[in-house]
Design a protein around this ligand. Structure first.
Ligand SMILES: Nc1nc2c(ncn2[C@@H]2O[C@H](COP(=O)(O)OP(=O)(O)OP(=O)(O)O)[C@@H](O)[C@H]2O)c(=O)[nH]1
Length: 287
């Protein structure tokens, strides 16, 4: 089992999707969209990779939601065989350091310097790598671009020796151990963030009220929960146009992932202050 950690926006979801070869986690230009722990699985003849995506370590906001997020990071890291600690190549800031501080010294840690394609001056990387190796006893330092398939193949080979020997845990075709219900919520949440840009606070979330399967058809009833009336209006848009766009795109993605027709109904509700309330968080599935 391999955990992927790093501050928000370094490319963890992109990396995990590339490693698993399918869209199982969501990505977004907006920081802090991966709140749940997701397990992606990639099975080969001689090895099974089980990847765990963690929430970005929260440094900007405080409150119950962040305590919950940070607890999720720590608990994941004590139970894995290796950790991919993702940073942006050429950049290491206090936010990265805070995540590094959460990584237990006993777990083999590989430093992944992502977004290599963005580094203009490749010569500057060598001193950067040297600096990084002084920070911690990283087992490997791998500069790469999560968007480059050759780099992903190389990384798979680098990670392989850290996997324990044994029988595969999951079936060959399993992509994730998360339910379709959870994936439906993730897809819808991704669309909400994509279509509202940076204006919508990260506290907005998606609940799947009902998820029914009838033959090949899935019926999904979802609620987008927001903090304020203004946020609700933002999602609904002029004459409902934006909500329609969000729902249509989400439905199409769900149909692709579930390989069958989807009927999706989406509501928007205002629920003030839910992100600051521990009991509320538990009710919405955060530990
Ligand atoms: N140029 C470039 N961009 C990348 C690369 N990897 C990821 N990105 C971009 O970086 C942004 C953030 O990527 P995500 O995968 O959502 O990042 P994350 O670390 O999962 O973010 P959170 O969910 O907020 O924790 C997206 O716009 C990606 O397209 C890369 O190798 N090169």
């Amino acid at each position: 089992m391999v955990a992927i950690v790093g501050r928000p926006n370094v490319g963890k979801s992109t990396l995990m999707n590339a490693l698993v070869g399918q869209k199982v986690s969501i990505t977004s230009r907006k920081a802090q969209t991966t709140r749940h722990r997701i397990t992606g699985i990639n099975t080969f003849e001689d090895a099974q990779y089980i990847f765990v995506d963690t929430p970005g370590f929260q440094t900007r906001h405080s409150g119950a939601l962040n305590r919950s997020l940070n607890r999720a990071v720590t608990s994941t890291l004590t139970s894995v065989d290796a950790i991919l600690f993702v940073i942006e190549a050429g950049r290491f800031g206090p936010d990265d350091q805070k995540v590094l501080d959460l990584i237990p010294a006993g777990t083999p840690t590989l430093l992944i310097a992502n977004k290599l394609d963005r580094v203009g001056d490749k010569d500057s990387l060598f001193p950067f790598m040297q600096q990084m190796s002084a920070l911690r006893d990283f087992r490997e330092i791998v500069p790469l671009s999560a968007k480059n398939p050759d780099d992903i193949t190389r990384l798979m080979a680098v990670v392989k020796p850290y996997l324990p020997e044994g029988e595969p845990i999951y079936g060959e075709d399993d992509l994730t151990d998360r339910s379709e219900r959870f994936l439906a919520a993730e897809i819808l949440r991704e669309k909400v963030f994509r279509w509202t840009g940076d204006e919508l606070p990260y506290t907005s979330t998606v609940l799947i009220e009902k998820f029914e399967t009838e033959g090949h058809l899935r019926r999904v009833f979802a609620t987008i929960l927001v903090d304020r009336d203004g946020h609700k209006a933002m999602i609904i848009g002029q004459k409902g146009a934006k909500l329609k766009q969000i729902s249509t795109e989400a439905r199409l993605d769900m149909e692709k992932l579930f390989d069958g027709p989807v009927y999706l109904e989406t509501f928007v509700k205002v629920k003030s202050g839910w992100a600051d309330n521990e009991a509320g968080l538990r009710a919405y599935g955060y530990e």
